[in-house]
Design a protein around this ligand. Structure first.
Ligand SMILES: [Zn+2]
Length: 208
């Protein structure tokens, strides 16, 4: 057994020089293509942009090549991927970055992007976003619920800190708990986590 391993290792070393890259570029998914070029940002800070590190067009928008070889604007793909929708024809994805520098064309942070018409002026949207900062409990949308689930799934944030991020206080941790375990916002999508170490909670209306 040991000998077998050695032979494999020696072969590996011999073929190191002209071996093909381990990952076939064509097998890299669109999401990885996008997020591997995304700049760092703190999701707890709503104002921070996620700046595209890849190629940008003359107009300042991020652009990359999809798995199928076609090109896509990075912000449009980011919006469509995060919201699991296609932008309808005639509509555009607009930047509503709330930071001091205003909208950044090379930002791909999903919650800085909205779908709208060409005619809509950005002032309206900025006002919307600003008012959503003082979001009350009942204003959690399906999209927020999905974002909460993704945040929690990263295992980098506690339910308390997610509550603080969304509501400005940790005391709504139980609300977060119900969202991430799928008890509320059942249709919002996003990854659910098991409650505690036990089973996924059963639906109340289900009969055994
Ligand atoms: Zn932004």
């Amino acid at each position: 057994m040991l000998l077998m391993v050695d032979v494999v290792e020696i072969r590996g070393v011999l073929s190191m020089r002209n071996r093909k890259p381990r990952t076939d570029p064509k097998s890299v998914t669109n999401a990885i293509r996008l997020w591997s070029r995304a700049g760092p940002f703190d999701p707890r800070n709503r104002e921070q942009c996620c700046i595209w590190q890849g190629h940008t067009t003359a107009g300042g928008y991020g652009m990359f090549t999809l798995q199928n070889g076609k090109k896509s604007y990075a912000h449009i793909f980011s919006y469509e991927f995060a919201n699991d929708v296609k932008v309808p024809k005639g509509m555009v994805v607009r930047h509503v970055c709330p930071g001091a520098n205003g909208p950044q064309r090379n930002c791909i942070r999903p919650d800085h992007l909205v779908c709208g018409t060409y005619k809509e002026n950005s002032a309206d949207t900025l006002a919307d976003l600003n008012s959503s900062r003082t979001k009350k409990l009942e204003k959690i949308s399906n999209q927020d619920a999905k974002a909460i689930r993704h945040l929690y799934k990263t295992e980098r944030f506690s339910q308390g800190s997610i509550s603080e991020f969304f509501f400005g206080t940790r005391r709504f941790q139980p609300v977060i708990q119900r969202i991430v375990s799928g008890l509320t916002y059942r249709r919002a999508g996003g990854p659910l986590v098991k409650k505690g170490r036990g089973k996924v909670p059963e639906r109340r209306n289900e009969k055994n």
